[in-house]
Design a binder for this molecule. Structure first.
Ligand code: HEM
Length: 203
């Protein structure tokens, strides 16, 4: 990802501050996802999908939260849980077993939840690369890779609309700090989903 100058960050809008504060975590998660060797085989892709499903399932409640929807009106339509679930069904993944392993989402303050949303919405940008590789494995926007497919409006506009809403939310400095802590926790959560599967990919 592009690097921001830390000197200027305090003056940046929240979306940019979140980016700066989590850049190294993004790079680490990117490495962890690559360690799943997701595009070498269908089994590898199932590992990636398992991580995505765990994260989308955990995030589901955030997209229905009335206080968050007030700030981000198109939030419910942004939720990728159903698409990810159908992708898993396409590939015959045992969802009952996965569901049994998924912890319920912990209640969070709204500012912290914004940080989690930033991480999940931002992951749509990198999904462009993942989608293209998934297509080479036989996946498509109607089979196995629905959750990675671009939205009708295009990824760029979809993301800019989100950051416009995010950056317009009136938050105090301490609430912004909560948002940053939320984004950090979200990346930690994704890592915790990916790491155990990386061992399987090396067996
Ligand atoms: C192999 C896996 C991944 C690759 C190759 C990747 C790659 C990328 C790339 C290239 C961008 C910048 C796109 C642009 O600016 O147009 C990006 C942005 C982003 N990615 Fe990833 N990514 C991966 C996984 C993830 C995951 C698992 C998450 C979180 C769940 C994530 C969260 C983000 C966020 C939040 C941004 C937006 C950063 C910003 O501009 O504020 N990425 N990713």
């Amino acid at each position: 990802m592009e690097t921001l100058d830390p000197q200027d960050v305090a003056t940046y809008p929240l979306s940019k501050r979140l980016k700066q504060a989590t850049q190294w975590q993004h790079d680490s998660v990117e490495r962890s996802m690559s360690a799943l060797r997701p595009f070498e085989s269908r089994d590898g892709y199932v590992r990636l999908l398992t991580v995505q499903y765990g994260f989308q399932r955990y995030m589901m409640a955030f997209y229905r939260d009335a206080a968050l929807v007030e700030w981000i009106p198109d939030l419910p339509e942004r939720c990728r849980y159903s698409d990810t679930r159908r992708d898993c069904e396409d590939l015959g993944i045992d969802l009952a077993a996965l569901d049994a392993q998924c912890p319920p989402a912990l209640p969070l303050s709204s500012p912290a939840a914004l940080g989690w949303l930033y991480v999940n919405e931002g992951s749509n940008l990198g999904a462009a690369f993942l989608f293209n590789s998934a297509v080479e494995l036989g996946m498509s926007e109607s089979f196995g890779a629905r959750h990675l497919a671009p939205r009708e409006t295009g990824r760029g506009l979809h993301w800019r609309t989100f950051t416009r809403y995010l950056d317009a939310i009136p938050l105090s400095d301490s609430e912004k700090a909560w948002a940053i802590a939320g984004a950090r926790d979200a990346f930690v959560h994704v890592e915790s989903l990916a790491r155990p599967l990386a061992h399987i990919s090396n067996e």
